[in-house]
Design a protein around this ligand. Sequence first.
Ligand SMILES: [Zn+2]
Ligand SMILES: [Zn+2]
Length: 375
Amino acid sequence: MGRIYQEAQEVLIWLGEPQRAPSVNIEQATAGASHAEPNIADGINFLHLLASGEHFHDLPTSPSKSWRLLLEALRVILDAKWFERTWTIQEVVLAKKASIMIGEYRIEWHVVEQAWIQWSHHYNSCCGECNFALPRADMECIHRFASRIIDLINARRRRELGQTLLQPLLKFKAREATDERDKIYGLLGLQSGSAIVDIKPNYKLALEKVFEDFAIELIRSQGWLGPLHLDLTQILALPSWVPDWTYMSSEPADYTSARFTASATYRASEGFIGDFSFSPRHSLKVTGIEVDYIARLSCPYQLKERPAEQLQVVAGWREFLHLDSLAREQYHAGGTMEEAFCSTVFANRFHESSECRPLQLEDIEQWRSHLIATS
Ligand SMILES: [Zn+2]
Ligand SMILES: [Zn+2]
C-alpha cells in the first residue's frame, strides 16, 4: 500500500466537504463581522500568508475580516476527520508531493508545512510578543494547528533519516482505525533504515495475534527487549510482555517517546546481547547477566529546573558516593570517577536546542563552571 503513495506523482488528500461545526467562539468575533461565516478560502489564504514568512504583526488582515474569522476558517479545515485517522498519515509522510483538498479548495502540503515552520520561527524570535498578545481562543486555534501538523512534519523528516516503526507508533497511537489491526498495519510504510520490522498485513489474523507477532518481530529485528520499556497495561487478553495498542495510557505520547529514546542510555550490558526465545505457549524466555544492583534512583539533571534544588540533588549524590575522596581515581570503563559521575547525572545525554547528543568532556567542564557560578 505504501508503494502507491510513494510512487504517485502527486497524492491528493480528500478531507471531504467542509463541515460547519457549531462554533463556540463565533459570537466573540468583532462587531460588524459577527454574522459572517468563516469560509475555507479565508483559511487557505491565511495559511499562504503564514507560509510567506511575513511578520505576524504585518499580516494584512482586512478590517472586515477579524482575526477570529480567519482562525475560524482554519479551524474548519482542522476539524476534518482526516487528521484523526491512522491510515491517512502515510498519505502525507510517503508522498513525493501532496495536496489537501477540502470541498472545491486545494492547498499544497508544502504550503501547510511552511506555514507552520514560518510561524514557529517568528514565534520563537521576533514575533513572540505579538503572539502572546493574542486572545486565548486565537492562541488555542494556532496551537491546535501546530498539534495537527507538527507530528506529520516530523514523521516525514524522520522517515528520510531512518526511523523504527515504534517512533510513529508511539506518536500516532491515539489515532483511530476502523479495523484496529491497522494500528500496526497502517503505519508499516513509515519505517525506514536498518531496523525494519518485517511483517505483512494479514487480515485473517485475530487482533491479539497481530499485536503478539508485532512484539516478537520488534524484539527480533532490533535485538533488544523494546516492548518491555512500554506501558504494558492491557485491555485485550495478551501475554504480559506484549503491548496492547488499543490501550490509551494517560501518559502523553511525547513522554512515552522520550522515555523510550532515553532507554537506550540505560544499557549497562552494552555489547552483551542476551538470549531470548519465544515459546508456542506465548511466553518470552530471556537470559541475561547480572551487571550490578540498583541502590538508589533519581532523575537526570535538568538545567531548566531551579539551580538551588539541583545543586542539592548533585551534592546529595556526591555524598552518597563519597565522591570527593574518589574524584580523581580511574573509573573502570575509562576516564575519572568525576567524569563518570557527571555522565551519569546527565544520563549521558546533552540537550542543545532541539538536538540531543552524547555528553562530551567539554560539556562537563561547562557544567562545572555553571555550578561554581550558581553556588
Ligand atoms: Zn516576526
Ligand atoms: Zn511580530
